[in-house]
Design a protein around this ligand. Structure first.
Ligand code: TXA
Ligand code: MG
Length: 322
């Protein structure tokens, strides 16, 4: 059975002993391990059933010296860190040779680093003074957790210690930027810090070629609930589908169908922050309800909605046209 705690000293002790612990961040809960403990790294991959070629993000305290692992920090990356750290932005840098266990960065010559804003995560990292790797605390391919209870539901039999930091404020994973080139950058995973937000801070050009770096956000399916999830663009398509389909449905959308009772509809897409806060939380809620299907409205294909849209496209499939 998992243990949910608010005892940060117990968490520090467990981490220092080489055990994984689930921790809150402002985006989603992470399955944390000290970045230099081989046993803890192996345990994280095993718990998540995560392929070993998927590198992890290193989470650091605000005052941690990146030069311990990073080869060079481009000027534009310094500006982004100044503006968005601590916060939901991950930067991928070239890393120094032989400083990281190969499970951290999948043996690549790069490393992803993020400085989380959640006060409990920051406090923990400041106390530890050791970076923590932390993939989202869910089995590989499933919906990320945004509460301690979600983590508990994902790992019910694993004796996992879970540090409770309340519900995650952002609700979807960090934006990831490739900062391995000095003169250009690339967004590897969209998030709540949008390309618009980035361009308001830097005028650096965007890399033309697609990156060959492995990012789970680039897999075709990910973030999937247990129940079938269908997305739609056009309310007429939804109406038509519902006329011909008698299964029980949970609907996340900006409009409610007349035929639906209130508790089977969640108001979605009025506001981008609120929608991100709700997305995974509601998908997990729908999985616990007595419904057969989850239907969700697709956000527009523009900023600031791209992070949400990307996740919904990967979590579900298009609504069948009839
Ligand atoms: O918001 C977040 O980023 C959350 C919280 C817990 O911090 N973490 C998270 O971790 O989303 P995870 O493991 O679910 O996703 C990490 C992503 C993966 O897609 C991985 O491929 C990418 O980061 N990544 C890690 N190291 C990388 C590297 N060296 N180069 C490119 N991508 C990397
Ligand atoms: Mg993940």
């Amino acid at each position: 059975m998992a243990i949910i705690t608010t005892d940060i000293n117990l968490v520090i002790q467990k981490l220092q002993q080489g055990n994984p612990v689930a921790i809150p961040t402002e985006t989603v809960y992470g399955l944390a391990a000290t970045y230099n403990s081989e046993d803890a790294l192996k345990a994280v991959f095993a718990l998540k059933n995560r392929p070993l070629n998927h590198p992890l993000i290193m989470h650091v305290a605000h005052n941690w010296d990146l030069n311990e692992v990073v080869q060079f920090i481009p000027d534009y990356a310094k500006k982004l860190m100044k503006k968005f750290w601590p916060g939901p932005l991950t930067l991928v840098f070239n890393c120094k040779a032989d400083v990281l266990h190969p499970l951290v960065n999948a043996g690549q010559n790069s490393v992803a680093i993020r400085c989380p804003a959640h006060p409990i995560a920051q406090h923990l990292l400041q106390q530890l003074q050791i970076p923590l790797v932390a993939p989202s605390a869910n089995p590989f391919g499933k919906v990320s957790p945004t509460t301690a209870e979600h983590v508990n539901a994902s790992f019910p039999n694993d004796n996992l210690l879970i540090l409770d930091g309340g519900r995650c404020e952002v609700g979807i994973e960090s934006t990831i930027i490739d900062a391995t080139q000095t003169e250009s950058y690339q967004v590897l995973r969209q998030g709540m810090i949008s390309e618009q937000d980035i361009r308001a801070v830097i005028h650096t050009s965007v890399q033309e070629q697609p990156s060959n770096i492995v990012v789970s956000g680039t897999l075709e399916t990910h973030y999937q609930p247990e129940k079938p999830l269908y997305y739609w663009n056009d309310i007429k398509q939804l109406e038509q589908f519902c006329q011909n389909n008698t299964q029980k449905k949970y609907l996340l959308g900006s409009k409610k169908l007349k035929s639906m009772t209130l508790d089977l509809h969640h108001h979605f897409l009025d506001d981008v922050q609120q929608s991100a806060f709700d997305l995974y939380y509601q998908l997990r809620h729908a999985d616990t309800l007595d419904v057969d299907l989850i239907l969700i409205e697709l956000p527009p294909a523009c900023n600031p909605w791209r992070g949400l849209r990307e996740r919904i496209l990967k979590a579900g499939t298009a609504l069948p046209s009839s």
